[in-house]
Each structure stands twice: as structure tokens, then as C-alpha cells.
Write a protein that binds this ligand. Structure first.
Ligand SMILES: Nc1nc2c(ncn2[C@@H]2O[C@H](COP(=O)(O)OP(=O)(O)OP(=O)(O)O)[C@@H](O)[C@H]2O)c(=O)[nH]1
Ligand SMILES: [Mg+2]
Length: 445
């Protein structure tokens, strides 16, 4: 079935110098004839008059025609660049609808570009990420993903897996041949190299995801330790109520801050303690629930009192914790970062600000931002999940290879790994997942 022709305003709503209406599909030449009187020459900017059904002037602007398949979507595209007012743009869209187009769904232009093989899925996502970037760093890395930095590495992994599978299939077909797997050091070395490459890629993708989505940092600890003071100090605003009374904070307080371009979603929580007070008990329950969502917990305690056992017991296992030894101004202790059994510990003062720079550098280093490699790119949680799943299959293949030499098992694991990696670029992606991804894009994109 031929795709329906779609139309949408591609510029943001509101008033502006220019507003762009985008049309893609087989009716483009009819629509151009209806509005402009003719199809403009391909890929040339043309001053044109946009007219309604009765031939009355709607607007005057630039008309651009990109014939498929050498267009963004791979279909014929018409771009009408008129004046950026909501009513005039709406009139233009209405005119396109009269001429047979239908309104585009969010992300539908990108979806068509993907379905027509113009861009892979990771690059389509990078377009959305570039548009939605909240920091300059995120925008730069999205640009790299769009350029294919990430996709090329995935394609390379898949290529290597395909080669290895071809080799294995050959040994399955000719078991007596000298390709025999047992003792084949070559294939085991290759597999180890692919595993190492995947691990590197996971590291880079994790960084990319943090830069795109921000680091989730939860401030927790006993009452009165200075948690809210730390939130205020890091955010540079007087956001949380601070008093000498233990149990001041009950609700979760969430703030989006930036540390040198690293977006951080920071949450201040109620001091963890047993309480008879209903409100405080609910606050403590919410604080504990929040800990599970953290990429990093900042566990604050009063330097004069020492880290207490109750707080330590409340910490979820498997989530990194940095201890904050607060209020060092009272003890005349110098700011410092040290290694303790639970991870790092930073001695600082939330009220004087001494040692805050150590915490900021620590947060950046934790996010892997210390030295950003040339090949850095933005990534999404779904990419990381797929990479980790793929790594699991590769490790299982390596196990099968070294322990049992069972080529069928190895080949099957490699195939599964290949599918997992293929989900990232969209080689093996269900329609359902595609629908979910593109529906989060903006209209006109
Ligand atoms: N001297 C000194 N006092 C501090 C420091 N940090 C916090 N305080 C004081 O400690 C008291 C408690 O601070 P908060 O920030 O409210 O502590 P909290 O951990 O949020 O407390 P709850 O919300 O009750 O759990 C206040 O009187 C602060 O002024 C610090 O670095 N040095
Ligand atoms: Mg507080």
C-alpha cells in the first residue's frame, strides 16, 4: 500500500519570523500544484505565493521541493516556508489537508526516514536527542550520534559476530573438517576481543546516557546531618528549609542542577530514623523508596557524630554510595576526599562551602566526565539494556566454547547477541517498540 501523504508544522508553536509546513508523500506534486500553481524545481529556493482553494493569497514565502528518494524521508517532500504565525500556518495546513494529506503523527517524518532506510534507529533517536538537549555537552554528543559514531560501532560488532557465526556454521556442516572447534584458540581470542569491545561500548553508552538523562543523585542520612544544607549549597539556591530541629524535611525535594554541563537530578530526603510521627514516618518511607532510584547516594553525616549504624543498614545494596562528612568547620578539619570501605568519603562543610569543589569533581568523575573520549556519543537506557543483554549472550557463548566446545550452543548465543545489538540500530526491532520510540518525538519531526 502506498503511504498516505502527511503534513505538519515543523517549527515550534507561537509567533516567529518564519514558520515551516512540511509535506511528505506521493501527493506532493498535486499539493504543490494546488497551493503554488506548479511544482517548484527540485532543491531550489523559490519565492512563491501560497493560495487557498479560491485562488486567494494566504501567504508569500519560499517553496522547496525535494524529490524522493534523495530526501529526508525518502519520499517526495514539499517545504513551505511562510511567516511564523499560528493562524496563517494553520490555514496552510488546512489547505494541504483539503488537497488530500493527513496530519502527521509525532515523529512520523523520522519514522518514514527509518522505514525507507535513510537513517538507522539510533540516528533517528539522536535527532530527537539533539532537539531536546538540555546542555551544550548533550547537544554536542547528540550531534556525534547523529553523525553515526555510535551506529558504526554497533554495525562493526554485528559484522564481527556475523563473520564468526559463518565460520561456526561451517564447522557444524563439516564436523570432521579441520575447522574443528576443540582447541581452536583463534575463535576464543576473537570472542574475547568482541566481549572487550562490547564492554568498552557499554562504558561509553553509560556516560552518554548520563549526559543525556542526567545523574540521579539522592541525598540521604540521619536527621540534622545537613542534607538540606548540602542541597542548597550544590544548587546555589535557598530551595530547602534548614533548621536546627531534627526532622525538618519530610517531603522529597527534587531539583535539576548542572555541574559544568553535567545535568544532575538531585533529591533531598527526610532524615532516616524511627519516628512515631505519622508525617515523618511517611517521609522516611518515601526517602527509602527514593534510594532505589539513585545512580549515586550521597550519605551525609555530622562529622562530630560519625556515621551511624541505622543509616548504613537502610542503604540498598548495589547502589554506589559516597559518604559526606559534613560540618567540618566545627572541628577545624580540612576538606579532603578519601577512600573508605563503602567507597569515597568527602569531608566538607555545607554552610561554609569548603570542600564543595571536591564533591563537584567527584560527581563529574563518577559520571565519567573527567576525560571524555573522542568517540563519546549520547545513548538511551534502551541502548544500554540491549548492549548488556548482548554481553550476557557473548559471555555465555564464551563459556560454552571453553567448557563444552559445543558449536551449536555457541552459534545460538552469538545469534542472540547479534539480535540484541541489532535492536539498537533497528535491524531487529518490533513494530511495537518502533511505535513507542517515534511517538515520543515532536510533531513535524
Ligand atoms: N556548622 C555547620 N552547621 C551546619 C552545616 N550543615 C548544616 N548545618 C546546620 O545543621 C542544622 C541542620 O541542617 P539541615 O540542612 O536542616 O539538616 P538535614 O539533614 O536536612 O536535617 P533534616 O531535614 O531534619 O533531616 C542546621 O542548623 C544547619 O545550619 C555545616 O556544614 N556546618
Ligand atoms: Mg532537611
Amino acid at each position: 500500500m502506498v503511504n498516505q501523504t502527511i503534513v505538519a508544522v515543523a517549527t515550534p508553536p507561537g509567533f516567529g519570523g518564519v514558520g515551516i509546513v512540511r509535506v511528505s508523500g506521493s501527493l506532493v506534486s498535486d499539493i504543490a500544484a494546488g497551493i503554488l500553481g506548479r511544482l517548484p524545481p527540485a532543491r531550489c529556493a523559490n519565492l512563491a505565493t501560497f493560495r487557498d482553494a479560491r485562488g486567494e493569497l494566504l501567504d508569500q514565502g519560499i517553496a522547496l521541493y525535494f524529490p524522493g528518494p534523495a530526501s529526508f524521508t525518502g519520499e517526495d517532500i514539499l517545504e513551505l516556508q511562510g511567516h511564523g504565525g499560528p493562524v496563517v500556518l494553520d490555514l496552510l495546513v488546512q489547505r494541504c489537508l483539503e488537497l488530500g494529506a493527513r496530519p502527521a503523527r509525532p515523529g512520523e517524518f523520522s519514522e518514514r526516514a527509518f522505514l525507507n532506510g535513510k537513517i538507522d534507529l539510533a540516528r533517528a533517536e539522536a535527532i530527537a536527542d539533539l532537539i531536546e538537549s538540555s546542555t551544550a555537552l548533550a547537544a554536542r554528543l547528540a550531534g556525534r550520534s547523529l553523525h553515526g559514531v555510535f551506529s558504526r560501532q554497533i554495525d562493526d560488532l554485528i559484522e564481527r559476530l556475523v563473520r564468526m557465526r559463518t565460520f561456526l556454521e561451517a564447522t557444524l556442516d563439516f564436523p570432521d573438517d579441520e575447522l574443528g572447534l576443540s582447541g581452536d584458540q583463534g575463535i576464543s581470542d576473537d570472542l574475547r576481543a568482541i566481549i572487550a569491545q562490547t564492554q568498552d561500548l557499554i562504558g561509553a553508552a553509560r556516560q552518554g546516557q548520563v549526559i543525556r538523562e542526567g545523574l540521579a543523585v539522592v541525598i540521604a542520612g540521619p536527621p540534622n546531618a545537613g542534607k538540606s544544607s548540602l542541597l542548597n549549597a550544590l544548587s546555589g539556591q535557598d530551595a530547602a528549609i534548614v533548621t536546627p530541629i531534627p526532622g525538618t524535611t519530610r517531603d522529597l525535594l527534587k531539583l535539576d542542577i548542572q555541574v559544568d554541563g553535567l545535568p544532575i537530578r538531585i533529591v533531598d530526603t527526610a532524615g532516616l530514623r524511627h519516628s512515631e510521627d505519622v508525617v515523618e514516618r511517611e517521609g522516611v518511607r518515601r526517602a527509602r523508596a527514593q534510594l532505589d532510584q539513585a545512580d549515586l547516594v550521597l550519605w551525609v553525616y555530622d562529622a562530630a557524630e560519625g556515621p551511624d549504624a541505622l543509616t548504613r543498614e537502610s542503604l540498598p545494596s548495589g547502589i554506589p554510595v559516597t559518604r559526606i562528612r559534613n560540618k567540618i568547620d566545627r572541628l577545624k578539619v580540612l576538606p579532603a576526599i578519601t577512600q573508605v570501605e563503602t567507597g569515597s568519603e568527602i569531608a566538607l562543610s555545607a554552610t561554609t562551602g569548603a570542600g564543595l569543589d571536591l564533591l563537584r569533581s567527584h560527581l563529574k568523575a563518577f559520571a565519567g566526565l573527567g576525560a571524555l573520549p573522542e568517540g563519546a556519543f549520547v545513548a538511551r537506557r534502551r541502548h544500554l539494556d540491549a548492549l548488556r543483554r548482548g554481553l550476557g549472550y557473548l559471555e555465555s557463548a564464551h563459556h560454552a566454547l571453553t567448557e563444552t566446545s559445543a558449536s551449536e550452543l555457541v552459534a545460538e548465543d552469538l545469534l542472540q547477541a547479534q539480535h540484541a545489538f541489532g535492536e539498537i540500530t533497528g535491524r531487529f526491532t518490533s513494530e511495537d517498540l518502533l511505535g513507542r520510540i517515534f511517538s515520543t518525538f515532536c510533531i513535524g519531526k
